[in-house]
Design a binder for this molecule. Structure first.
Ligand code: NAD
Length: 365
């Protein structure tokens, strides 16, 4: 196969779809890889490393015109126009909000696979890029919060007295939340967490955090959460409001697939917090878990800082690219036959779930 790796064009994107390590494996497997000049630079992978791995350096047209194009972000209309007719594209395509791009991909008869749609089954775990990127975002959220706080995180016994550890509360203990808990613990915080899925309690406790108990159960399909009923929402709000009063750092990661992020922190709750406390809202891109969050901005609410960082995984682009690249490598092992040709079985549990356009048709949004 001729595999193309274009330079990402979205201004805040620093990641690259393939790192040199993966390129070397693909080249060893008999594939030709063309990497657009500078594609890995922002992630810390210079062109020379790609050449050493056996890639050919080319321009955007060559990378986008390959039989199989591997990207991080959804292509722009101009990029779609450069894709080979009948080719294959793999990227985060945000299918639910990309009607126009999907239409353009279908018109070019591109078979497009959305990385968001890797099914959450154990066989596909190594391809699960939502998880690999959320994990890094969970780590980075704590680092961002620690940097913004006016206090240190660990307990410190010094000649000038003992300093109390920071209290960190993580709301939503999925992939990002669990990594945030682990990171805050490593830094020495006293950590607590809450999630609407009761199964998470044990995972939270095994990381050394306490679980904020509220009698709710909102386990939806596929291990995800579903929306809470009104009375449950009220009970959760009461428990969170009480718990927030003592917190120094709050990391929110709550999401419901296909829906705006649940609003969990009201302006009143934020105003009740200790001055100097910091909220890092990782759900900022889907509307925020805090009603004061503004995506990409920092807001000071009477001394409480509400941060809404976006594209967080991209800020640790080296490791984000490395893990995404390994996710793609696993996916290619699944998609390509022994001769390295694509075997696109739309009945397959993984391929079928991911293909959004094929043979001129939009299959799913
Ligand atoms: P997500 O990003 O959709 O949501 C993050 C968390 O927010 C979830 O834990 C969810 O329960 C929680 N949440 C939703 N509404 C909430 C509310 N009102 N209050 C508090 N918390 C709320 O989820 P995710 O991190 O992508 O993963 C969700 C689940 O999928 C986890 O159980 C994870 O272990 C599982 N998973 C399985 C696989 C696999 O089997 N291959 C891969 C990745 C994740």
């Amino acid at each position: 196969m001729r595999i193309g790796v274009p330079l990402e064009t979205s201004p805040s994107e620093r990641r690259v779809a393939l790192v040199p390590e993966t390129v070397a494996r693909l080249v060893k497997g008999g594939h030709h890889v063309v990497v657009q000049r500078g594609a890995g630079a922002a992630a810390g992978f210079p062109d020379a490393q790609y050449e050493a791995a056996g890639a050919r350096l080319g321009d955007a047209a060559e990378a986008l015109g390959a039989e199989l194009v591997l990207k991080v972000d959804r292509p722009s209309p101009g990029e779609v126009a450069s894709l080979a007719e009948g080719g294959i594209l793999v990227a985060f395509l945000a299918p639910a909000s990309s009607a126009e791009v999907l239409g353009a991909l279908a018109a070019r008869k591109v078979t497009a696979l959305a990385m968001e749609l890797v099914p959450r089954i154990s066989r596909a775990q190594s391809m699960d890029a939502l998880s690999s990127q959320a994990n890094l975002a969970g780590y980075k959220a704590v680092v961002i919060g620690a940097e913004a706080m006016n206090r240190i995180v660990p307990m410190m016994t010094t000649a000038a007295g003992t300093l109390a550890p920071a209290r960190c509360f993580v709301i939503g203990a999925g992939v990002a939340g669990l990594q945030a808990i682990a990171t805050a613990r490593r830094l020495g915080a006293v950590v607590s967490a809450f999630d609407v899925r009761p199964v998470v309690k044990e995972q939270v406790q095994s990381l050394g955090a306490s679980f904020v108990e509220v009698e709710v159960a909102a386990e939806g399909a596929g291990g995800y959460a579903k929306e809470l009923a009104a009375d449950q929402q009220r009970r959760v709000a009461e428990a969170i409001a009480k718990h927030l009063l003592a917190q120094d750092l709050v990391i929110t990661t709550a999401q419901i697939p296909g829906r705006p992020a649940p609003r969990l922190l009201t302006a009143e709750m934020v105003r009740s917090m200790k001055p100097g406390a910091v909220i890092v809202d990782l759900a900022a891109e889907t509307g925020g878990n805090c009603e004061l969050t503004k995506a990409g901005e920092a807001i000071d609410v009477g001394g409480v800082l509400v941060l809404g960082p976006v594209h967080v995984a991209s800020t640790v682009a080296f490791h984000a690219s490395q893990t995404y690249s390994r996710n793609l490598q696993s996916l290619l092992q699944h998609l390509l036959d022994k001769e390295g040709r694509p075997k696109l079985d739309l009945q397959d549990e993984i391929t079928g779930a991911m293909v959004v356009t094929h043979a001129g048709e939009i299959r799913k949004r």
